[in-house]
Write a protein of this length. Structure first.
Length: 120
C-alpha cells in the first residue's frame, strides 16, 4: 500500500479519522468550519481519498479502510526507504544525533527491541 497525500488531503484525512464514522453531510459542515471549504470541495477531496483506497462512503457514512496508524506506518517505511536506503538503524542514528533522548525514550526503544528479539 502506497498512498500519497498532499498536506491539505492529509488534514482532511485526519478529520475523518478523528470523527469516523461520520455522515458525509456532517463532514461538509466540519470541513467548512475547520478548513473553510465549500460543499463541492469537500466532496471532491473525499472522492479522491476514496479512490485512493483510504476511505469509503457507503450510504452517506464515511469510514476508513486504512487506519491512521497503518497510514503513518507506511509513510514512515517510505521515508526510511527513500532517505536511509531502508536502514532503520541508520534512521535511528540520524534521529538520535539531532536530539538528546530521554531515559524514558531510551527505555521504550529498548523494550521494542527486546520484543522484536523475542519474536525472531
Amino acid at each position: 500500500m502506497e498512498i500519497e497525500l498532499g498536506e491539505v488531503q492529509e488534514q482532511f484525512a485526519d478529520i475523518i479519522w478523528e470523527k469516523e464514522p461520520v455522515a458525509s453531510g456532517e463532514l461538509v459542515k466540519i470541513a467548512e468550519a475547520q478548513l473553510g471549504w465549500k460543499k463541492s470541495t469537500t466532496y471532491t477531496v473525499l472522492r479522491k481519498l476514496c479512490e485512493k483506497g483510504l476511505f469509503q462512503n457507503v450510504d452517506g457514512v464515511v469510514t476508513s479502510i486504512v487506519s491512521k496508524s497503518e497510514f503513518a506506518g507506511e509513510k514512515s517505511h517510505k521515508f526510511v526507504n527513500d532517505n536511509f536506503a531502508g536502514s532503520l538503524p541508520s534512521f535511528i542514528a540520524a534521529f538520535a544525533a539531532g536530539k538528546k533522548l530521554t531515559k524514558k525514550e531510551v527505555d521504550e526503544i529498548q523494550k521494542m527491541i527486546d520484543e522484536f528479539r523475542e519474536e525472531a
